[in-house]
Design a protein around this ligand. Structure first.
Ligand code: CO8
Length: 372
């Protein structure tokens, strides 16, 4: 049974947080920190903090702004993290709200109703809780029957989720699956850390995966491939054992951290080689692939991967960037790039949705535009 992507959906929070606002706030924190710790800094016990800069951020990453669920909490110097109103158990949880909104958008774009969908996978970097599954809450909110479950592969959450959904359809478990990726990334950022305070934004995506026979237009899935290789270079230590650990971890140790340079150096060749290998297995050559919708962590990284894949300089439309507007949205990045930049494809043209990042993980999905 062949499968297809019928439609995609996107949700973003209402608030936009610019580099300028973030840097002003971080730099005010630096002034305060250095003043409060002046004696320890003078004694050489603490390092003086250095200011951040919008020029650095844009040049090093391509990020200009991001959507955020709580801009005021992040910019509040006494808080420096999102301020999320508590919701009791009988209210829709934050992550389910984001995922359901993206799912609704995907269904509306397809012109499908909840009764047309057999199940939900919620695949995201982090889950708001372990149980009941976020996916089951999203399933209920959307009024979908069948079954639902969570999975998590950091930046490759959406691509791995689409692969699982497609395999569930091929094996006859379902005729259609909604893969929802709500990435509330800003609560996982250390806004006291100059190296990473600018990297992430919040968003949610949804991908409606269906039997090719049932697809009205959309995109045929031509091939899927996954790879993982363990690395500590992107890591969070937040987890359910934390409260029992002795000694207790600091809050900073429970947030996102990375060796950005190492990630850049290791992941670029890994991703490019993997894409070329997958292309070869499908009997495709780079000139038969019109566009690469790549993971959105860093603009320079994407230029390098695209250049290696095509073996030449690449036009912006061949590897579109959404980092300027969204920043890194973990698992959502490659799906947002696809969602925003596919209108000009004509039936028969092929493109690649490819994620890479923490794990390390790479997920590659070649899609071909179908006739309507
Ligand atoms: N402002 C000004 N200067 C700065 C700043 C700043 N904010 N930060 C660093 N600098 C300085 C450094 O101190 C350094 O100075 P010096 O040369 O004097 O030592 C100089 O700028 C250069 O620093 P770097 O070498 O660190 O800068 P890079 O050019 O390497 O850029 C990046 C840093 C942007 C982090 C880059 O290395 C990068 O993007 N690497 C790839 C990272 C990547 O792909 N990561 C994957 C992200 S993880 C993911 O996608 C999802 C995981 C799940 C996350 C879940 C949600 C949180």
């Amino acid at each position: 049974i062949a499968t297809a992507i019928q439609s995609t959906g996107l949700w973003t929070p209402g608030e936009v947080l610019t580099n300028q606002e973030l840097v002003e706030s971080y730099n005010a924190h630096v002034v305060r920190y250095n003043a409060e710790n002046a004696d320890a800094i003078a004694r050489g016990e603490l390092a003086e903090k250095q200011p951040s800069s919008t020029e650095f951020i844009e040049k090093a990453s391509g990020i200009k702004a991001r959507y955020a669920i709580s801009k005021s909490g992040i910019l509040d110097l006494d808080r420096m993290k999102p301020d999320i109103p508590f919701r009791p158990d009988d209210e829709l949880s934050w992550m389910a709200e984001a995922g359901a909104a993206a799912g609704k958008d995907a269904l509306e774009r397809a012109g499908w109703g909840p009764a047309d969908v057999d199940g939900v996978i919620c695949s995201a970097t982090s889950m708001q809780r372990a149980y009941p599954s976020m996916a089951v809450e999203i399933q209920q909110e959307l009024g979908i029957g069948g079954f639902a479950y969570d999975m998590s592969v950091a930046c490759s959450s959406a691509t791995f989720g689409i692969t699982v959904a497609s395999n569930l359809i091929t094996s006859g478990q379902a005729r259609s699956m909604l893969v929802v990726t709500p990435e509330l990334a800003t609560p996982q950022v250390n806004y006291n850390d100059r190296d990473s305070h600018f990297i992430f934004g919040d968003a949610a995506t949804a991908v409606l995966v269906v039997r090719e026979d049932d697809a009205t237009d959309g995109w045929s899935i031509r091939g899927m491939k996954m790879k993982t290789e363990f690395s500590n270079n992107i890591r969070t230590n937040l987890g359910f054992l934390n409260r029992c650990e002795t000694p207790q971890r600091s809050e900073a140790d429970q947030l996102f951290s990375q060796q950005g340079r190492k990630v850049f150096k290791e992941v670029c060749p890994m991703a490019a080689d993997f894409i070329l290998e997958h292309m070869g297995e499908l009997g495709l050559t780079p000139d038969q692939v019109k566009r690469l919708w790549l993971h959105q962590a860093n603009i320079n990284m994407n230029s390098m991967v695209a250049r290696k894949v095509y073996g030449r300089d690449v036009a912006p439309e061949e590897a579109p960037i959404i980092l300027d507007e969204f920043a890194n949205t973990a698992g959502c990045g490659s799906v947002i790039a696809f969602h925003r930049h596919n209108d000009d494809f004509v039936p028969g043209e092929t493109g690649l949705i490819c994620s890479f990042g923490a794990g390390y993980s790479i997920g590659s999905i070649f899609v071909e535009k179908r006739a309507s």
